[in-house]
Design a protein around this ligand. Structure first.
Ligand SMILES: Cc1cc2nc3c(=O)[nH]c(=O)nc-3n(C[C@H](O)[C@H](O)[C@H](O)COP(=O)(O)OP(=O)(O)OC[C@H]3O[C@@H](n4cnc5c(N)ncnc54)[C@H](O)[C@@H]3O)c2cc1C
Length: 360
């Protein structure tokens, strides 16, 4: 009976990060289970460059020092020389994380359950096979929950006529006027003639693909982009609620990624946080690390409750963006804002609804 040093459940970004960051420089034998074909997965993960992401600079696809937030009436441009907005593609992350010294066995199977036996675990897969490992890194997560907000999106990669896009500035959030949902367009101009254009919604249920597509077409028409070629697409659902499983009672079960509480639910940013989580686990004797501090979590919860109960078409994001400069805004998004910035953030929020949410 072979007992692996660790079993990774799910080879999404966090499972891959475990292989690279925790075991990549060791000769240990690791087994990973993934029920999808990750070779078919590709999408872009955005984040602002922080110290903990600097070791991965060489696989960054593109950096932007300017970004905009607005709607049809207002457009705020932020700048940051030190902390640009960056993207890494899933494909590059995967290749980087699989280039390691350790011995990794990947099983294209679904894990059905696992349970402890002495000081290791028995793992059972959907074909009724059994595997054994000393440590479990589990990244399975619930993406939707009844009554809770989710961030859902669909985007297309397009090529267009030369000099259509300003490749130095990305559109982070361009809000549109909708009934009872919050919707914005996100544009990553990789080049003057190539971009990802995405329609993103905060609501309780996912929509038909045609809905997002219509919004993208409307947006492109408004920008006089009538001819384009689609070269790819991405879609997804990100929970806007805190994961329940975060901490396991077993010291050698590690809940990772979104399951381990890496996501900042008010924004859906998770990628750089899940990397931070694995980096912190490397230097910790515990099976759980806090990625977001208490105050940030509280502010997130209040903000999400506010969004659940108020259709404001992005006005609080716009107000926040107009009251902060680029460095302050990115520090807030990356969970690194100082006390003064936090005060500015609280001051930017609509007072009465927020006080109501605070005392709920
Ligand atoms: C298209 C897309 C774009 C995103 N863009 C951004 C972004 O720009 N910036 C950002 O910060 N965040 C972004 N996110 C959010 C977040 O970073 C991702 O959701 C990220 O994939 C979370 O990683 P994870 O490892 O926690 O989970 P997942 O990526 O969900 O990985 C879990 C893996 O486990 C597998 N699995 C599940 N159950 C089993 C089982 N029983 N047995 C075996 N395998 C199993 C799944 O197939 C999956 O591959 C995006 C998400 C999506 C979907």
């Amino acid at each position: 009976m072979k007992i692996y040093k660790a079993a990774i459940i799910g080879l999404g970004p966090s499972g891959l990060a475990v292989n690279k960051i925790l075991y990549g420089d060791t000769p240990k034998e690791i087994i990973a289970f993934e029920n999808d074909d990750i070779n078919n997965r590709d999408n872009f993960f955005g984040f602002w460059l922080t110290d903990w992401m600097k070791p991965f600079e060489k696989i960054i696809e593109k950096k932007w020092h300017k970004w905009t937030i607005g709607d049809k009436n207002i457009n705020i441009t932020h700048k940051s020389d030190e902390n640009p907005y960056c993207v890494i593609s899933f494909k590059k992350w995967k290749n980087f994380c699989l280039e390691t010294k350790n011995k990794l066995v990947v099983k294209n199977k679904q894990v059905v359950q696992y349970f402890p036996i002495k000081n290791y675990f028995k793992i059972i897969t959907n074909d009724n096979k059994e595997y054994y490992a000393e440590n479990i890194y589990d990244s399975r997560s619930t993406k939707e929950r009844k009554g809770e907000l989710i961030q859902h999106f669909f985007g297309i990669n397009i090529t267009v006529a030369d000099n259509t896009f300003d490749e130095k500035k990305l559109t982070l959030m361009d809000f549109t006027n909708e009934n009872n949902i919050l919707h914005f367009i996100y544009v990553l101009p990789f080049n003057h003639n190539k971009a990802l254009v995405e329609s993103t919604v905060f609501s309780k249920e996912v929509f038909q693909m045609s809905w997002y597509r219509e919004k993208i077409i409307d947006y492109l028409n408004q920008k006089n982009i009538n001819e384009y070629k689609e070269v790819g697409e991405e879609k997804g659902v990100i929970p806007m609620f805190f994961a329940e499983e975060r901490k396991s009672p077993y010291s050698n079960i590690f809940n990772i990624g979104i399951r381990g509480g890496a996501c900042k639910p008010s924004t859906g940013y998770a990628f750089s946080f899940l990397i931070k989580q694995i980096q912190l686990l490397k230097n910790s004797k515990k099976n759980y690390v806090n990625i977001h501090n208490f105050l940030e979590k509280k502010m997130d919860q209040i903000f999400i409750n506010f969004l659940k109960n108020n259709n404001e078409n992005g006005q609080s994001f716009i107000k926040l963006a107009s009251n902060l400069n680029g460095n302050e805004f990115q520090s807030f998004m990356m969970g690194e804002s100082n006390f003064l910035t936090k005060i500015k953030i609280i001051k930017s929020m609509p007072k009465l609804p927020f006080i109501k949410e605070l005392f709920k």
